[in-house]
Design a protein around this ligand. Structure first.
Ligand SMILES: C[S@@+](CC[C@H](N)C(=O)[O-])C[C@H]1O[C@@H](n2cnc3c(N)ncnc32)[C@H](O)[C@@H]1O
Length: 228
């Protein structure tokens, strides 16, 4: 079903919401009961990206970077919002290996068509849930276009945990869920957020990825696979 103009404008609001949220974004990681999961995820990222050249999509404030980049050979973090990348740049990271660039996740344009990619790994944390259902496969293909054949791809996402996650207050005709979120200035934002299942991810990656490993923690899921 084609997306309506009203839905399109809601999807376009999401990047502006994160620009506005840049200074307070990382408060979401303060929840005490999520600390064991977060510690496991950071350790996993450090191990998985050790010795890799990594392209990250929707880096945001770079919450994962101190851990994830610790043993990577190089890391390019990208995001559509300069406000969030300013927060990431302020982190104590090894500037000889870690750099940042403004880029749209749907058209990263880092590696020109037909050129050899320097990236043998790709990463997106808490981003895939914001990709509309109708664009999920397109986004995966766009990411893959920037990576070497056989590249390792890791995704981290929130699980929907009743009583802990922000409730989904409505679904649109395509099946995308929407949450109502509030910033410290009192503003309210409707933000699209999807919670895909393992089966959905397997179906989406048919013909695109192999050796899929899905893992569920208490509050997050992870997916690791190799680009075909
Ligand atoms: C939930 S945050 C995730 C940030 C970070 N990856 C993390 O795990 O904390 C989503 C990010 O997507 C970025 N974003 C929104 N639309 C984008 C787009 N079209 N292209 C690239 N980044 C986008 C926002 O600026 C925000 O930093």
């Amino acid at each position: 079903m084609p997306i309506s103009d009203a839905e399109l404008s809601r999807h376009q609001h999401m990047p502006r919401y994160y620009a506005q949220r840049a200074k307070e974004y990382e408060r979401v990681f303060d929840k005490p009961h999520r600390q064991p999961d977060l510690a496991r995820l950071k350790q996993w990222l450090a191990e998985q990206f050790s010795g890799r050249h990594v392209l990250e999509i929707a880096t945001g404030t770079g919450y994962w970077l101190p851990a994830a980049t610790s043993a990577a050979l190089s890391w390019l973090g990208t995001d559509i919002n300069p406000e969030v990348l300013a927060e990431a740049r302020a982190k104590p990271l090894d500037q000889t290996r870690v750099s940042f660039r403004l880029a749209n996740a749907y058209a990263p344009g880092i590696v020109a068509a037909g050129a050899a990619s320097p990236f043998d790994a790709g990463f997106a944390g808490l981003w895939f849930s914001h990709v509309p259902i109708g664009r999920q496969r397109e986004w995966l293909q766009g990411l893959h276009s920037q990576l070497q054949p056989g590249a390792r791809v890791l995704l981290i996402e929130n699980r929907y945990v009743e009583g802990d996650s922000t409730p989904v207050h409505r679904y649109d005709a395509e099946g995308n869920g929407y949450q109502l979120r509030h910033l410290s200035d009192g503003s309210e934002h409707e933000v699209m957020k999807n919670f895909p299942s393992e089966a959905r991810m397997q179906a989406l990656l048919a013909g695109l990825g192999q050796d899929l490993v899905w893992r569920e923690l208490d509050y997050f899921w992870t997916l690791s696979y190799r680009k075909i």
